[in-house]
Design a protein around this ligand. Structure first.
Ligand SMILES: Cc1ncc(COP(=O)(O)O)c(C=O)c1O
Length: 414
């Protein structure tokens, strides 16, 4: 019997995907499911980006492109990072464009870590997005969780980071604003974390790098300014910034992500990514490159309109969630999720007879009996098992209907 690699056999199938599949099946049967499980904006891709791709196809840009992007588009990304994010010294040569931020993350971690790396710890604040741990492990890293709690808005403290760093530490993963937590670090908090990394790099962990995922940077509404940690001089040349067009520009299906890092090390990293991507996917579709330029240069009004819509939805869903007895969550400040603690309902039974013992059984009963799909938090790590992720990438009517159904469901638990 032929066999599969240990690599793929050790990848756990997602338990939460089972809920997503069930939601789809119910919808196909005609059951009106409120879908709070989606991780993508419900808006159209802005017209300038769509038109740029259409024009490029008509003009025959349908062949291979340079592996990590053409010089013009890489320069536009670099200009954005310098202008908007304060990443000093980043040029097009310090940028690699890939098939989504997830792919960028994969390429970065595979360029930094070795298989079975015995000095390859990835420090990961949790709860965190489900892909960080598997991608780190696929790259050979060992994930070291830095657990957080709702009391600190799911953020690590400088002291916690200092205590976690050892000579094995290679990567500190940060994601701000956060999926699934819906919270973000303040500029001062990031400066304090940067100071810890800079100090550790001078002493115990000379190879430590920050990899920061800023894909939700434009979806902020809590009065906290988004600061790119890569703009802080003492860590600038040991910070890899990852971003993409999926969330801010409603371009999930276009598969555009990028990684950037200034300085000599940044140039070496981009050469590594270029070699790796060259053996993997070659390049993103050539006709998407002009759409990236159009999005970054011409779609400011559209992204701001989407941000305002998310801000209204965040206020609405937080107010509705706060009115549900037993549900507890910090006020969302960024991204499009709330991450309420539902552990007050563990030990109860639903009207349909389901025992609610954890966030998975809570999510399954909520879907089966109230027809609302949320993502159980168990796969996000640490306290995530007590939480569910509720996405508000949907209309205000949907938010009202879904939160009403959650309120009735939780009140009916005995
Ligand atoms: C934190 C975070 N990073 C990266 C991604 C993936 O983005 P992309 O579509 O660019 O691969 C997601 C998507 O859900 C995300 O939530």
């Amino acid at each position: 019997m032929p066999r599969l690699s240990t690599r793929v056999r050790s990848l756990k199938p997602s338990a939460t995907l089972a809920i997503a599949a069930k939601a789809k099946a119910l919808t196909r049967q005609g059951v009106p499911v409120v879908n709070f499980s989606l991780g993508e904006p419900d808006f159209e891709t802005p017209a300038p980006a769509r038109r740029a791709a259409e024009r490029a196809i008509e003009a025959g840009q349908t062949h291979y492109a340079p592996t990590i992007g053409d010089p013009e588009t890489r320069a536009v990304v670099a200009e954005k990072l310098v202008r908007e994010n304060g990443l000093r010294g980043v040029t097009g040569d310090h940028v690699a464009i890939s098939s989504g931020a997830k792919h960028s993350l994969y390429l970065v971690l595979h360029s930094l870590l070795d298989p079975r790396d015995d000095a390859g710890d990835v420090l990961l604040p949790t709860p965190s997005w489900v892909s960080y741990a598997p991608i780190s492990e696929l790259a050979g890293g060992r994930v070291v969780e830095l657990p957080t709690t709702p009391e600190s808005d799911f953020k690590i403290s400088p002291a916690q980071l200092r205590a976690a760093i050892t000579p094995r530490s290679r990567v500190l993963m940060l994601n701000t604003p956060s999926n699934p937590c819906g919270t973000m670090y303040t500029p001062d908090e990031l400066r304090a974390l940067a100071a810890v990394v800079a100090e550790a790099a001078r002493t115990v962990a000379p190879e430590l790098i920050i990899v920061v995922d800023e894909i939700y940077e434009k979806i902020v509404f809590g009065g906290i300014e988004h600061l790119s940690i890569g703009s802080i001089p003492e860590v600038a040349e040991r910070t890899v910034t990852i971003n993409g067009l999926s969330k801010a520009f409603a371009m999930t299906g276009w598969r555009v992500g990028y990684a950037a890092c200034p300085g000599e090390f940044g140039l070496a990293l981009m050469r590594g990514i270029d070699a790796l991507q060259g053996q993997m996917t070659s390049c993103i579709p050539a006709f998407i490159l002009p759409a990236i330029r159009a999005a970054l240069k011409e779609c400011g009004a559209e992204t701001e309109a989407m941000r305002e819509a998310f801000a209204r939805r965040a206020r609405l869903i937080y107010d509705l969630a706060s009115g549900i007895p037993g549900l507890r969550c910090p006020r969302p400040t960024g991204a499009f999720y709330i991450f309420p603690d539902v552990s007050a309902f563990f030990g109860k039974t639903s009207p349909g007879g389901a025992a609610i013992t954890d966030s998975l059984s809570f999510g399954a009963a909520l879907l089966n009996e109230a027809h609302v799909a949320v993502v159980p938090g168990v796969e996000f790590g640490s306290c995530g098992g007590d939480h569910v992720r509720v996405s508000f990438a949907c209309s205000e009517e949907t938010i009202k209907a879904g939160m009403g159904a959650i309120a009735r469901f939780t009140a009916s638990l005995r």
